[in-house]
Design a protein around this ligand. Structure first.
Ligand code: HEC
Ligand code: HEC
Length: 158
């Protein structure tokens, strides 16, 4: 009985404590990307639209998985079926006009070239992504190696 009363007392104290805590004003916060105080529920931004581009896009560095210049919504990609390979496989590519997956996609992790796309590379969207029109959350300060080399050359001239 004693422990029952004790748990009631603890429960009531906890509920009261929560009521008091919810009235406490928001603590100071850093300027975050969320743009609202912790206790506020800001309106969700609209879902970004996928941008469809004509032609392939430049890579920022040679090893970059090229970004996808077309929509992939609704493309089945699971252990039973790979819609991407319907167009990008070795034999489908001349007909579809899609660039063939490169030879690296046929290599296993020991660099052994296999007859078909390696399981390592089966789930294409692990590495390749379409682009959206979303505003960047933070400024991108990436510079390509050409820009870096040009700046270095300019510095040396001075
Ligand atoms: C209906 C055929 C088709 C399907 C299905 C398809 N693609 Fe493509 N894809 C293309 C074509 C055509 C291009 C070339 C676009 C161009 O040159 O304008 C392309 C381009 C690409 C590129 C750019 C390659 C580069 O070197 O820049 C990537 C990456 C890509 N697709 C990935 C995918 C992935 C991942 C999927 C599955 C989720 C997929 N594609 C499904 C037809 C297809
Ligand atoms: C583990 C990451 C990874 C996965 C998974 C992957 N790729 Fe790639 N892909 C790359 C990288 C990195 C490159 C660029 C360098 C290269 O060719 O290996 C590339 C290049 C490509 C290219 C351009 C080929 C060329 O010759 O320019 C196409 C097309 C492509 N991938 C399609 C696909 C498709 C379709 C799938 C799924 C079957 C897939 N990739 C799975 C990383 C990946």
């Amino acid at each position: 009985m004693k422990s029952f009363i004790a748990s009631i007392v603890i429960l009531v104290t906890a509920v009261l404590g929560m009521a008091v805590a919810s009235e406490i004003s928001d603590p100071p916060r850093p300027e975050g990307v969320r743009g609202a105080a912790f206790s506020e529920t800001p309106e969700a931004p609209p879902i970004a639209g996928v941008t469809e581009r004509r032609g392939r896009m430049e890579r920022n560095y040679p090893e970059q998985p090229p970004v996808i210049p077309h929509k992939v919504e609704g493309y089945q990609l699971d252990k039973r079926f790979n819609r991407c390979l319907d167009c990008h496989s070795r034999n489908a590519s001349p007909e579809s006009g899609a660039p063939m997956v490169s030879v690296t996609h046929f290599m296993d992790r020991d660099k052994q070239v296999l007859a078909a796309v390696s399981p390592d590379r089966y789930f294409c969207t692990q590495c390749h992504v379409p682009q959206t029109d979303a505003e960047p959350l933070v400024e991108n300060q990436f510079r390509t190696v050409d820009e870096v080399l040009r700046d270095l050359a300019d510095q040396r001239k001075q």
